[in-house]
Design a protein around this ligand. Structure first.
Ligand SMILES: NC(=O)c1ccc[n+]([C@@H]2O[C@H](COP(=O)([O-])OP(=O)(O)OC[C@H]3O[C@@H](n4cnc5c(N)ncnc54)[C@H](O)[C@@H]3O)[C@@H](O)[C@H]2O)c1
Length: 278
């Protein structure tokens, strides 16, 4: 399979949130492509186990225990990566769920934004300048969420953090046009995926509707190779067509002057159901 040119033998890939789920699956695939991998995660124990497992496959790896919300920690990750070789791929992927409704405690909001948004911004600000100055192909992949696009009621703090990641990554991609395609940015938008997130909700077996983390990465790699910015993953319940309709409906709230989040507004329940059937 042809890869994005940033995915190349002996180049360095940096992955945050690499001890579990999508980050870990990406680490395996990128190591198999011959990359050297820096795995960063806040969970030292899970990180050590992940590092050991990937190293056993013969890959060159470094593990760095780091909290992405702490800029100095991300700077340490960068120092390790630079010591390992030419960095060509950064996946700003670490995140937490917030359980933060509008009126939940400010600590919850702060923690969610610190990790999910500021963690990504630290990664972008610390890695992008050297990528822009380098003379080899590079890519930055930020993990967003459909919740940052359609904003389902519930975990508003998470939605806001992922909406911010979307806005940041879109602007980053635009700014990187100055590199004439040598450095690219991408927004990975997983569907429902069975990972540590799902397990933290007490689900101990993969729900039928969920994809595995490996499926997400196997979907992401050809999309990166094709140069896609929006890497919109389906899952076993939600095909791309359904996502397209939901996203179009959300955007049309403004155009049609409907109430906010009309998809979940009782007065629009029938109209939305008809639209989805149509
Ligand atoms: N699982 C899903 O259904 C789903 C859907 C959409 C988006 N996502 C996104 O995918 C990404 C990966 O999550 P996942 O589903 O693989 O979950 P996961 O829990 O399996 O992996 C997340 C990893 O991030 C680490 N982490 C959390 N806070 C951190 C911090 N402050 N610093 C460093 N590492 C930290 C965790 O220890 C964990 O290893 C996240 O950005 C998440 O928002 C997941």
């Amino acid at each position: 399979m042809p890869h994005h040119p940033a995915i190349a033998r002996d180049r360095v890939a940096v992955i945050t949130g690499a001890a579990s789920g999508i980050g870990l699956a990406a680490a395996y695939r990128l190591a198999a492509a011959g990359m050297r991998i820096v795995l960063a995660d806040i969970s030292a124990e899970a990180l050590a186990a992940a590092g050991k497992a990937i190293a056993a496959s013969g890959a060159t790896i470094r593990t760095v225990t780091a909290d992405v919300s702490v800029r100095e920690d991300v700077a340490r990750v960068k120092a390790e990566a630079d010591a390992l070789g030419p960095v060509s791929l950064v996946m700003n992927n670490a995140a937490r769920e917030g359980s933060g409704g509008i009126l939940s405690g400010i600590d919850r909001w702060q923690a969610t934004m610190d990790v999910n948004f500021w963690g990504v911004l630290h990664g972008v600000q610390l890695f992008a300048p050297d990528m822009i100055a380098a003379d080899w192909p590079c890519a930055i992949v930020n993990t967003g969420s459909k919740q940052g696009i359609t904003l389902p009621p519930g975990d508003t703090a998470y939605n806001v953090s992922k909406a911010a990641v979307k806005a940041l990554t879109e602007s980053l991609a635009h700014d990187l046009l100055a590199t004439e395609g040598r450095v690219t940015a991408h927004l990975l938008i997983p569907g429902f995926t069975y990972t540590g997130f799902t397990r933290a909700r007490g689900v101990s077996e993969k729900p039928a509707g969920a994809w595995t983390a490996e499926q997400v990465v196997d979907f992401m790699l050809p999309a990166l190779a094709a140069g896609d910015f929006y890497i919109l993953c389906p899952d076993n319940d939600v095909p791309r067509e359904t996502d397209e309709k939901r996203i179009a409906w959300a955007a049309a709230d403004i155009i049609e002057n409907r109430p906010a989040l009309s998809r979940w507004h009782p007065d629009y329940a029938a109209a939305f159901a008809d639209y989805m059937k149509g």
